[in-house]
Design a protein. Structure first.
Length: 362
């Protein structure tokens, strides 16, 4: 079995962070989110993993490398997508690399607990041609959904405004090579009226169903997140830290109070501070005269002095100092600085890039 993982797209809802970074490289629990689905694939015994990237993307191959660090025999292959043609189109692009094998197909920004072994076992047990992970959600109108009859999917509908099902389609599938036939016959659609037809999931899914292929599903019983918006990143970081954060110190702690699970990386120094976990602190971080609250991840090389932060993600090489108010539920990008200054009259000085969002306390 092989795997095809999507790492393309522009991540417009995560701007300005994605002006300079591929969204799949954004960290959750101090780890690029795409590495989580790669690990899930490797845990299934998959050795050949295909990563679909934007045309001209050099950062993703530099970040992930050739696959060796993910396990013995693991190989990563990269294919560029010349232009956006819909979420499912990379399947067609990867056909020659996949060949006649079954494969895992997943978006690189889908995060779930429990791994994929149970779902793969369901796929094999049901002898399906296609199998998708589904999640029961009350806000089904914002997603594609699966309509089920007798343990099989009989229809998939994109963002239904009237109730047909609350089983939301994740972006995690298992396919046999039968799916390649769909691209010879299925017609792309343009539901948004943009003038460009694309291969949305229902296009491929429903062609398979209508042509007699067995399409099944298994329900995610833990949590699943499509991390497409800032609030999704914050929540996913919280969920990951609750589940995975260790009580481990590889740095130095002096005159500080630590509660709960707190990971402190190599070369990091914590002085005269209060840390309430779960917290993940990467390597070479300085925390001094600070309060770091639960569900916070601090990226490598950051400096936090005379500040309070909780439920936030600092990407790396951030400088946060001399704050009079606590930072909460915040995303701070690489090499960013957050500070205050004394001035009369009292005023704020802002340097804000495109597509930024600033909320000031009253």
């Amino acid at each position: 079995m092989k795997a095809l993982i999507l790492a393309g797209g522009r991540g417009t809802r995560l701007r300005p962070l994605t002006h300079t970074k591929n969204k799949h490289m954004l960290p959750i629990g101090n780890r690029p989110m795409i590495e989580r689905i790669i690990k899930d694939a490797v845990d299934l015994g998959i050795k050949d993993i295909i990563i679909n990237i934007n045309k001209g993307d050099k950062e993703m191959p530099e970040l992930l490398g050739d696959g060796k660090r993910f396990g013995r025999g693991v190989k990563l292959h990269y294919i560029e997508q010349p232009e956006p043609n819909g979420m499912m189109y990379p399947i067609k692009l990867a056909e020659k690399l996949i060949g006649d094998e079954e494969f895992l197909f997943s978006a690189g920004d889908n995060i779930l607990t429990g791994g994929l072994k149970k779902h793969y076992a369901d796929f094999k047990k049901k002898k399906s041609d296609a199998h998708v992970l589904v999640v029961r959600r009350p806000d089904y109108q914002n997603f594609g959904v699966a309509v089920m009859e007798d343990d099989k999917i009989v229809n998939t509908v994109e963002k239904p405004q009237e109730f047909v099902s609350d089983l939301v389609l994740s972006a995690i599938y298992f396919f046999t090579p039968a799916v390649f036939k769909a691209f010879d016959y299925a017609k792309p659609i343009d539901p948004k009226g943009t003038g460009k037809a694309e291969y949305y999931p229902p296009v491929i899914n429903n062609w398979l169903i209508e042509n007699g292929y067995t399409f099944t599903a298994s329900e995610v019983t833990g949590w699943w997140k499509d991390t497409g918006a800032p609030e999704d990143l914050i929540l996913a970081n919280r969920l990951i830290l609750e589940r995975e954060c260790l009580d481990e110190c590889k740095g130095k702690v002096k005159d500080s109070k630590i509660e709960g699970n707190v990971e402190i990386g190599k070369g990091s120094v914590v002085k005269n501070s209060i840390l309430r976990g779960p917290i993940s602190i990467a390597d070479n971080v300085t925390v001094e005269n600070a309060y770091i609250g639960p569900f916070t991840s601090i990226g490598e090389g950051s400096v936090i002095k005379d500040a309070e932060i909780e439920n936030s993600i600092l990407m790396g090489n951030c400088n946060v100092h001399n704050l009079h108010e606590r930072l909460d539920s915040s995303l701070i990008g690489w090499n960013a600085e957050v500070t205050t200054k004394e001035s009369l009259p009292k005023a704020d000085t802002l340097l804000i890039g495109d597509d930024s969002k600033v909320i000031l306390a009253k």
